[in-house]
Design a protein around this ligand. Structure first.
Ligand code: ADP
Length: 420
């Protein structure tokens, strides 16, 4: 088993696309580590660089205590599973599973035992004598996982291994992958764009955006204590409400977050108030998850927002309300977005890197309130639980659970310290 260290790793593809910028990441020995982010953010590029399938443009990759930049894939002792891993079509499941061990010249009796044991762990023992063409998608993917893991590689890499399966199978196999990887103690790097997979499987998660590391931490840390507004919006359903506000320190009271039509007062007793006061007169972003707001049906000392119910959605186990509050709701995709300066095709890669590492902000004009980014909707999403309670058109009062509210500066970075 082995840990992985990416030390200021960048990747520029031929043609000049800067896919990964100065990535620093330490993956511990035996850890189940998830790379999470939207399509195109560079997750597979990182995985392929670790596997040795993609050259590293600059920076160092360490596997254990070995500098691995120039090792061949074979020398790295990694196993990889893809979305559509190909099996040997003319081999039975048994022979597919045995193949990596036979190549390593293991003892035949031992191989037979290991194959059966792996097939049992993955629930495919009844299929051992069948050919891949006769298997379901889920069974094929189980064989691919078994074949990768059976020779106990130093490192187990998985690139969206569940994304071609239906929802029920995905859940089932997700649980199996988690327990299998943990039972053999393999260091696993798992790529996905699915936040549920990341939150349920990972020991730690790295969130990537446009080739840049946004945040890294345990699932509880990146969900509850996210470093950026992008991380906060990528994790959690429904998506967090991000409100554009201006901070105003008021002596004797606290910091008033003026959200246009309404405001929230963060009292001087709140541990984050001094960090917020440092943004006096500046735009800040207020992040309120839908479960940090409840209908204020009874008297409360919590801060209150009010609005009109625009729509109610039934989600089976709960109702969600869209409440028009008149406040500025920001689109998370555009907060703090940086785009690379285009690189000329003939520029040498390292020169290109030097030039593009200093990216410039998207050329959006800041709105009058200092916030860049269009307002996708002006509704705030509220979780109502299993009873609908409200009707469309009702004027409602919302109690805000202030300790759960997150505060970011206008670039999307948390204003108060993040704990890791
Ligand atoms: P993800 O896995 O997060 O979807 P990728 O790592 O596949 O993202 O791709 C990151 C970026 O690099 C994307 O913009 C993609 O178009 C680009 N890219 C990936 N592979 C190549 C390649 N071989 N040549 C040029 N650009 C590439």
């Amino acid at each position: 088993m082995t840990g992985v260290l990416l030390d200021s790793v960048s990747k520029i593809y031929p043609g000049g696309h800067l896919a990964i910028r100065g990535l620093r990441l330490q993956i511990h020995d035996g850890e189940f580590f998830v790379l999470l982010g939207p399509s195109g953010c560079g997750k597979s590029t990182v995985l392929r660089m670790i596997a040795g399938l993609e050259e590293i443009t600059s920076g160092d990759l360490w596997l254990g205590d070995q500098l691995a930049n120039n090792l061949t894939p074979r020398e790295r002792n990694v196993a990889m599973v893809f979305q559509n891993s190909a099996l040997y079509p003319h081999f039975s499941v048994r022979d597919n599973l045995a193949f990596p061990l036979e190549r390593a010249h293991d003892d035949r009796a031992e191989i037979r035992g290991k194959v059966v044991e792996m097939a049992r762990a993955l629930g495919i023992d009844p299929t051992l004598d069948r050919r891949p063409a006769t298997l379901s998608g889920g069974q094929k993917q189980r064989v691919a996982i078994g074949r990768a893991i059976i020779r106990e590689p130093a490192l187990f890499l998985m690139d969206e291994p569940l994304s071609n399966l239906d929802a029920t199978l995905r859940t089932e196999l997700r649980l199996e992958i988690g327990s299998l990887a943990r039972s053999i103690g393999a260091t696993t790097v798992y790529v996905t764009h699915d936040q549920v997979e990341a939150l349920t499987l990972a020991d730690r998660i790295a969130i990537l955006r446009d080739g840049v590391l946004e945040d890294v931490g345990t699932p509880a840390q990146v969900y509850g204590d996210p470093a950026t507004a992008f991380t906060a919006s990528f994790l959690g359903t429904p998506q967090i409400n991000l409100l554009g506000a201006t901070a105003r320190a008021i002596p004797g009271q606290g910091v008033l977050l003026d959200c246009g039509a309404q405001s929230l007062l963060v009292p001087w007793t709140d541990p984050r108030v001094h960090a917020l006061a440092g943004h006096h007169g500046s735009p800040v972003i207020v992040g309120i998850r839908s479960d940090a707001v409840t209908p204020a049906d009874t008297p409360t000392t919590a801060p209150i927002l009010s609005g009109r119910v625009r729509a109610l959605e039934f989600h089976g186990h709960e109702w969600l309300a869209q409440v028009e509050t008149g406040m500025t709701v920001l689109e998370s995709d555009r907060i703090g977005r940086r785009v690379p300066v285009p690189v000329k095709a003939r520029t040498r890669p390292l020169d290109a890197l030097r030039r593009t590492v200093r990216h410039r902000p998207e050329p959006d004009e800041p709105a009058a309130d200092g916030h860049v980014g269009s307002h996708r909707r002006s509704d705030v999403l509220i979780r109502l639980g299993s009873s609908r309670g409200w009707k469309v058109g009702d004027t409602v009062r919302l109690a805000v659970d202030l300790p759960q509210v997150l505060f970011f500066d206008h670039t999307g970075r948390r204003v108060d310290p993040v704990h890791r």
